[in-house]
Design a protein. Sequence first.
Length: 134
Amino acid sequence: KEFGNFVWKWDTYNDNDLFLHIHEKDDRKYLIRFQPGGEGIQIIHQEGPEHKASAYRGFNNFEWTSVAIAFYDNALEFYINEELYVALDDPEPIPSGELMMHFTEPGAKASIDNMVICELTEPYGPPATVETTD
């Protein structure tokens, strides 16, 4: 199935490189490289061998992590534990395509739970946290 505006959420415990292909169609895609071991999170707009735009932020965490990827209009956002972690505001967005997840090495392991993909009709915002007092 092709997705346009969407949010893709899951919980993960991952100590391997994880590649996410977003809006893959023909020779175009967004490639997200998720490397919990310190290399970080990189978002790349790729057309063939050419990188059109990219965004990066380091990340080093080997604990259970809540991940959300949201695309709305021209913004691709990566959330860690419901906080915006890195984003790419693309001047030439890829409007739709397929979603895919793969690992870099044979035998790579990751625990994944609570995965959901939803289409969006408005920009994504993580759930509001309500503080209560006793």
